[in-house]
Design a protein around this ligand. Structure first.
Ligand SMILES: [Fe+2]
Length: 125
């Protein structure tokens, strides 16, 4: 049986439609709000049908020298064509940090499983 860490797949989001694409500044000022957007299918669209869709995206922060990730945001996408309504897999968050670290995202496709990506973020005093 696999450990859950072995079940997360990753790749370049520009080529693989399942990988969450994190859009955030490379450098931010400590204690100042900045915007983070995470979307699946940013470059290569992912299907959004009842049979095949992205169910959720989560965003975490891992401070440098820490081994405990902090959950920053969580978005669940519930409409995939029922009633002719669709929720696109995009999460937006307004975030404030005080230490350099990483933004880590995970997402879940109901057919193709768990995906992840991360970006470094520099926090200046
Ligand atoms: Fe998929």
């Amino acid at each position: 049986m696999s450990k859950i860490t072995e079940l997360y797949q990753t790749a370049d989001w520009k080529n693989e439609k399942h990988v969450p694409a994190i859009t955030a500044p490379e450098k931010v000022k400590g204690d100042e709000l900045f915007d983070v957007e995470v979307s699946v299918g940013k470059e290569v669209a992912h299907p959004n049908t009842m049979e095949h869709h992205i169910e959720w995206i989560k965003l975490y922060y891992l401070a440098k020298d820490s081994d405990k990730a902090v959950e920053i945001a969580d978005a669940r996408f519930s409409a995939h064509g029922e009633g002719d309504a669709y929720t696109e897999p995009k999460l937006k968050a307004s975030v404030k940090l005080n230490k350099c670290g990483k933004l880590i995202s995970t997402s879940y496709c109901n057919i193709h499983g768990l995906w992840t990506s991360e970006v470094d973020i520099t926090v200046e005093a």
